[in-house]
Design a protein around this ligand. Structure first.
Ligand code: NDP
Length: 392
């Protein structure tokens, strides 16, 4: 009998998923955490008083994953490792007939480009096997998709314009550090910007477009247009859409450091030879930067991530802002992780909870906005990520 969840990845987000899953043990019954480094699993196991099982796995290796899944016999696997592992974990789930969930879309280690194509290609095979894959159940992607679906369901007949606004006003006291995996973060931020308008994608230079947005309970912040993966599925699933953009805040200090590192070649993802050793500059940088999992204790301030939608309701124009505010220190007190990990880990747990409870369950590969948003939105309020709606 298949029961419980197998969480793969014991980083900042994995820690939150475990803590929140343990809070919902009546739903999950049995929790196993597996990662490449067993000591990281042991640490998290201690934090939750031994209420989880742990295992070591290399999630790049499909056969190892299959062996682990047969051993643990979970109802589903939560992929909280890195986007590089999406396809191997999806493949292992397919071969063992176990449901799948993740928080970030596939990216090849050698190309800084993420897209859903290869994951959506599993749809037919998952349908035939009778298993479900839920893609992008974090905050953005994840909750931002559900904010759009919720507004579409309850506030609009048609949404024409969407701006996703992601502000992290947390201060960790370091001159430069990233709030989640430095490699993934820096690849994303240094990439070209992209948004969708009138049926086509438009490209900008990296961080070329800037606006100032007044984030509730944070204040005005410089916000930069970036490409972000939730737009790829939202343009398919939000009817009547004319434009969608994504903005993220960065401090001057972060940007100056990043540009300098980029200019000297430290963001390169190709191999170079140094004193006879082959190294990837971005991997060296990752090794030097603070581990995001250790930032929790020293990070103060809040995040505010939300969606501004404009459209038509009953023949009249309407503009609505929906957002969540999360406090870094409160997140840390509850789970030992800062708000960026918290806002990702809680929705991953909620997605899994809805699947385990058979509330969101249909064979195939889906993005979160393809399900009824209401049960997820209710859980957000109960599980530590309450949201607010304002008419603008
Ligand atoms: P971390 O780097 O802190 O953690 C990743 C974990 O995955 C590490 O413990 C690492 O193990 C493990 N891992 C990496 N490769 C393998 C492998 N081959 N086999 C087994 N385990 C492996 O990252 P975060 O916790 O910050 O992020 C986790 C995921 O969440 C990422 O995919 C990220 O893109 C996503 N994310 C999504 C967001 C959203 O809102 N949707 C926002 C933020 C993050 P080890 O330490 O031993 O190397």
């Amino acid at each position: 009998m298949r029961e419980g969840i197998l969480i793969i990845g014991a980083g900042g987000v994995g820690r939150v998923v475990v803590h929140k899953a343990v809070q919902n043990l009546d739903t999950f019954k049995k929790i196993t955490l597996a990662s490449r480094t067993l000591s990281k699993c042991e640490q998290i196991q201690k934090e939750v008083d031994g209420k989880i099982d742990i295992a070591q796995v290399d999630a790049d290796n499909v056969e190892e994953l299959i062996d682990l899944i047969y051993k643990v016999k979970p109802f589903m696997v939560l992929n909280i490792a890195l986007p590089y592992q999406d396809l191997t974990i999806m493949e292992a789930c397919l071969r063992t007939g176990v449901h799948y969930l993740d928080t970030a879309n596939y990216e090849h280690p050698d190309t800084a480009k993420f897209e859903y194509k290869l994951q959506w290609a599993y749809d037919e095979k998952y349908k035939q096997k009778g298993i479900m894959g839920l893609l992008g159940s974090g905050f953005d992607p994840g909750v931002t998709n559900l904010f759009c679906a919720y507004l579409q369901k309850h506030y609009f007949d048609e949404i024409h314009y969407i701006d996703i606004l992601d502000c992290n006003a947390g201060d960790h006291g370091y001159p430069f550090a990233t709030n989640f995996n430095p490699e993934i973060n820096l690849r994303e931020v240094s990439a070209k910007g992209r948004y969708w308008e009138n049926g086509e994608w438009k490209e900008t230079e990296p961080l070329e477009v800037k606006m100032v947005w007044d984030y509730p309970r944070i204040g005005k912040k410089d916000s930069y247009l970036m490409y972000h993966e939730e737009m790829e599925s939202l343009v398919k699933h939000i009817k009547g859409l004319k434009r969608i953009r994504f903005f993220m805040t960065f401090s001057e200090s972060y940007l100056t450091h990043m540009r300098c590192l980029e200019n000297v070649g430290m963001l390169r993802i190709d191999e170079i030879e140094v004193d006879g050793c082959k190294v990837v500059p971005l991997h060296v940088l990752k090794a030097l930067l603070p581990d995001p999992a250790t930032l929790g204790e020293r990070t103060v301030g809040k995040t505010n991530i939300g969606v501004v939608a404009e459209g038509i309701k009953d023949g009249k124009k309407r503009k609505v802002y929906i957002y969540n505010i999360c406090d870094h220190q409160e997140a840390f007190k509850e789970t030992g992780a800062q708000a960026v990990s918290y806002t990702t880990g809680v929705p991953a747990m909620i997605g899994a909870k809805l699947m385990v409870k058979n509330i969101w369950m249909k064979p195939g590969v889906w993005n979160v906005e393809q399900f009824d948003p209401d049960p997820f939105m209710d859980e957000l309020n109960k599980q530590g990520l309450p949201w607010e709606v304002e008419e603008l």
